[in-house]
Design a protein around this ligand. Structure first.
Ligand code: FES
Ligand code: FES
Length: 208
């Protein structure tokens, strides 16, 4: 190789190395982890506005528990299977581990902490206490939030998979124990308190 050739080679290689350095740093800058990015979002929870900075991947469940401090909503499976994290969004029940906090701006979120009226328990909270609808209590907030919603859904005439004739409007007095079991089937209880939970919901349904 001649001197000129060597210089040309080294210069060319240097440029090549410089390009390589840019190429390797670019993905790191452009492809940073979601933890690098936070979005400011205002969540309305139990009628109160909370402004938080959340990573885009933060679930509503984690935002409620870790950033807003409402730990009544429980994390069981964190994958949509147990119902322990059930809350209401705009009046509909939602498993909060399966939705992102940044998606809930402007919506009305209700958690277990928001359903009593001051010191007066919600009728379903009272029914769970009266009928021993829990043992360890870990699933209970989700069970109650689902139960509140299921009574509302039944009143609105929504059928379930347990409804015999789904082509006819569902009437609230058809809300049997089988209906309650089916409508609560997304809420698991490791303590197997199901008979007492169904009793509690049935009594609240009659009284409510
Ligand atoms: Fe959300 Fe289990 S923690 S469904
Ligand atoms: Fe223990 Fe339901 S009361 S998991």
């Amino acid at each position: 190789m001649t001197e000129v050739d060597r210089r040309t080679f080294i210069t060319g290689t240097g440029v090549g190395l410089a390009c390589a350095a840019v190429a390797t740093s670019a993905p790191a800058a452009a492809g940073g982890t979601p933890a690098d990015t936070k979005t400011t979002v205002q969540l309305t929870v139990n009628g109160k506005a909370h402004t938080i900075a959340a990573e885009d991947r933060t679930t509503l469940l984690d935002a409620l528990r870790n950033q807003i401090g409402l730990t009544g909503t429980k994390k069981g499976c964190d994958r949509g299977e147990c119902g322990a994290c059930t809350v209401h969004i705009d009046g509909r029940r939602v498993v909060s581990c399966m939705t992102l906090a940044v998606m809930q701006a402007g919506r009305s979120i209700t958690t277990i902490e928001g359903i009593a009226h001051g010191a007066v328990l919600h009728p379903l909270q009272k029914a769970f206490v009266d009928h021993d609808g829990f043992q360890c209590g870990f699933c209970t907030s989700g069970q109650i939030m689902s139960s509140v919603a299921l009574l509302k859904e039944a009143r609105a005439g929504w059928p379930s998979a347990a409804t015999g004739n789904v082509s006819a409007p569902f009437s609230y007095d058809q809300l049997s124990a089988a209906e309650v079991r089916e409508r609560l089937s997304g809420n698991l209880c490791r303590c197997a308190c199901y008979p007492n939970i169904v009793d509690a919901v049935a009594v609240a349904a009659r009284e409510g």
